[in-house]
Design a protein around this ligand. Structure first.
Ligand code: ADP
Length: 735
């Protein structure tokens, strides 16, 4: 009957939905039973049907806030806000509200009520676990019997504070929560007791609105009655060796509340802790907020749970017996750790840190040993100095936790490490990848810079080389031009000198002829002057011609066999008249080592000697002129002779000594005025001496005479007779 009415109502609602989705709420029919509300579909409930029911308050907790009411047909959750009055469990409300949906089932909002009186709580239903896990029992007053595995004070959010219980009932496990009253302490006798609880059946949801379990909203401790009390002193029972839990045998530990005793090896906040005794290690899970530390001796009461990976103690209640030193870990390799034999055990593994990760609630290191990488997770928030840099060698101590597949096969393992569990063995090498890359970059940049610099330098060098080449070419051109000009000048001088010589020869010839004719005394005097000047002019022309030929490089030495003595004697003979005229004594000294027969150019040698001798006569007013020759250096094939022409004349000042071997240079201006001359004689001498492979120099002091020296190289003649012709046998030579 009720169901057909609801179906009709649903049809009406669907029609209303179709034709007037935005119809005014007042146009919707009022629902007067909670069963009719709960029968609404999700879309329908959202339309906001007005509801008017008379229902009893079954649960109220302003902290969450949660308010459940139940009428004769069903129970429902009602949205409560602090501006509403606080109802009491057991009050009968004349309730007006509007339908809505927030999870999976319809609920009520915008509630207002009047208290119609007090009512007995509904007769409880006795659903099975499976029934409670379905939607049919949702929000209904139920009675459940089971064993309390844990009873704890919890406050999941800042406002919510509840006494939370975990019960094992036939078919499964459920939670129960009782609004926390100030001044309560957790009733210790509940844990381990068999109890009956009454409350509103509800569901637990996760963040994705998925149902995760059954929860009974128990309005107060009055609704909890102990059917069978737990042993008064649960810790009085003997502790069971941890190792025995994993053994298959007579003493089946499942379902019984057991006591374990051991030493804490790691503490996992919000989860529990690992403990070990002489026989083994185990993870103890507990919602208890304990302050244990590794090394603490503890006792734990709890329920054994088996899984493929490990045996654990669940819903434990534990207490500390004494403090102590942490246990020593057992050194293992990664292969051993991954074998599954060390799960939950305290171990130590050495390795290289290859990375570290920061998860919101956990800091972890990735560590490598022999090619295997595992994770070492800190059970606490480590200080920055506790976290080794990647590349460090470390020794990690902690509890080994295997991750297994459904068959219990080990897939990987982690090490849960407590404070002080990571020991730095060696700091990372300075050569980290980042640094190597950085340095490579810097070196690369430097190389690129260097390369660019080299390129720039090369370009500059090329440019400068081109400039220098161009300058050299220009200089060579200039030099060629200068040489050509010099040659042209030389040729011009030679030509001109030659051209002047021809008529001068005629002048000399005819003056000679004229001198042989009959002349008056006066005419003869004039003619003599003409002859003197003509001869002087001829000499100067000869010098000019000679010099230009030497300059033009057209003078080459002859190689004829000659007598040095003869050559010297002849030169002395030629100046003898002039010397005699000035009453100058002359002397010739020839060292006995000097070979007489030599090969060379006697004419040019004589020219050098005559130049020097003429100068000696010219610049000496009184005294003597001395010529000597000696061997400066001799080889089997040739000898270098050193000639010396010495006078007692006016001498040459120091500064003039350096210039006189250059062409057209004379000692000083007064010399020219007093002695005449062209300044070419010594220039010719120095160039001829160079042709002879020798050098020329002068030693002189003004007022004390001059000493001109030069060397010249001659080859030995095949027929050599030393001192063949004695110098004193020659005419005009005084010794
Ligand atoms: P010049 O035709 O003028 O003599 P030289 O080249 O032969 O040209 O000589 C150059 C100059 O050297 C002379 O003008 C003179 O001043 C100086 N000189 C050369 N020989 C002597 C010497 N024996 N004593 C002093 N002065 C000399």
């Amino acid at each position: 009957m009720l169901r057909s009415a609801l179906t009709a109502l649903a049809l009406v609602c669907s029609a209303a939905n179709l034709f007037a989705a935005t119809a005014a709420r007042s146009a919707l029919p009022e629902i007067t039973s909670l069963a009719a509300v709960r029968a609404l579909g999700e879309q329908e409930a959202r339309l906001g049907f007005p509801v008017h029911v008379r229902a009893v308050v079954t649960y109220f907790d302003p902290a969450s806030p949660d308010l459940f009411v139940q009428d004769a047909t069903a129970g429902i959750w009602v949205g409560w806000k602090p501006d509403l009055p606080e109802p009491h469990v057991g009050q009968l409300l004349d309730l007006r509200a509007v339908t809505t949906v927030s999870n999976f089932a319809p609920e009520l909002k915008d509630a207002s009520w009047t208290v119609a009186g007090t009512s007995a709580l509904p007769e409880p239903r006795h659903p099975s676990y499976e029934e409670m896990a379905g939607a049919d029992e949702d929000s209904l007053w139920v009675s459940v019997e089971g064993t309390v595995r844990q009873a704890e004070y919890v406050h999941p959010t800042a406002h919510e504070r509840t006494l939370w219980m975990d019960l094992v009932i036939p078919g499964g496990r459920i939670d129960a929560q009782i609004p926390w009253r100030d001044g309560w302490i957790v009733p210790a006798h509940l844990t381990g007791s068999r109890v009956r609880i009454r409350g509103v059946c509800g569901a637990e949801f996760n963040a994705r609105d998925q149902m995760t379990g059954v929860v009974i909203y128990v309005p107060s401790l009055d609704q909890v009655s102990v059917l069978e009390a737990a042993p008064p002193e649960p810790f009085a029972q003997p502790a069971m060796p941890i190792g025995l839990l994993q053994r298959y045998g007579d003493r089946n530990p499942i379902g019984r509340r057991l006591k374990l005793a051991g030493i804490v090896t790691a503490v996992l906040p919000e989860t529990g802790f690992y403990m070990a005794d002489d026989s083994g290690s185990i993870l103890v899970r507990s919602r208890q907020n304990h302050q244990f530390e590794p090394g603490d001796r503890v006792e734990a009461l709890g329920f054994v749970q088996l899984s493929p990976a490990r045996v654990t103690l669940e819903d434990a209640f534990s207490r500390k017996i004494a403090s102590g030193r942490p246990l020593l870990p057992r050194g293992v390799t990664t292969e051993q750790a991954a074998s599954g034999r060390f799960d939950s055990e305290l171990v130590r593994i050495d390795g290289l840190v290859v990375g570290n990760s920061h998860l919101p609630n956990q800091q972890a290191l990735s560590i490598q040993q022999n090619g295997t990488v595992f994770v070492a997770a800190y059970t606490h928030a480590p200080r920055a100095s506790e976290i080794p840099q990647p590349g460090s060698s470390v020794s990690v101590s902690g509890v080994c936790v295997d991750e297994t597949d459904v068959f219990g096969r080990v897939l990987s393992f982690r090490i849960l490490t407590s404070p002080g569990g990571v020991h730095l063995l060696r700091k990372p090498s300075w050569w980290t990848l980042t640094r190597v890359l950085g340095l490579t970059g810097v070196l690369g940049a430097a190389l690129a810079l260097g390369f660019t610099w080299v390129l720039v330098l090369r370009r500059r060098v090329r440019e400068q080389t081109a400039t220098i080449r161009q300058q050299l070419a220009e200089q060579a051109n200039l030099k060629n031009a200068a040489e050509a000009a010099n040659r042209a000048k030389g040729e011009f001088l030679a030509n001109v000198s030659h051209e002047i010589r021809t008529p001068m020869n005629a002048v000399l010839g005819f003056t000679e002829l004229l001198s042989q004719t009959k002349l008056t005394e006066e005419q003869r005097e004039y003619l003599t002057a003409v002859q003197f000047s003509a001869r002087a002019l001829m000499r100067q022309l000869d010098e000019l011609l000679d010099f230009s030929r030497v300059e033009a490089g057209s003078v080459t030495l002859e190689h004829t066999e000659f007598s040095v003595r003869e050559c010297l004697s002849r030169a002395m003979g030629l100046i003898a008249p002039d010397a005699a005229r000035k009453s100058l004594a002359t002397a010739l000294e020839i060292a006995p080592q000097v070979c007489d027969r030599l090969v060379g150019d006697p004419y040019r040698l004589q020219q050098i000697l005559l130049n020097l001798l003429n100068n000696a006569v010219k610049f000496t007013e009184a005294g003597s002129i001395r010529v000597s020759v000696s061997v400066a250096e001799a080889t089997p094939a040739s000898e270098l002779l050193e000639f010396l022409v010495e006078d007692t004349g006016i001498g040459i000042p120091d500064e003039a000594q350096r210039r006189i071997f250059e062409s057209f240079q004379q000692g000083d201006g007064s010399t020219t005025r007093k002695y005449g001359g062209t300044g070419l004689g010594l220039a010719i001498c120095s160039r001829l001496v160079a042709l002879f492979g020798g050098t020329i120099w002068v030693v002189s002091e003004p007022g004390f005479g001059s000493r001109f020296c030069f060397t010249a190289r001659f080859a030995h003649a095949l027929t050599n007779t030393a001192a063949e012709t004695p110098a004193d046998a020659l005419p005009g030579v005084t010794q």
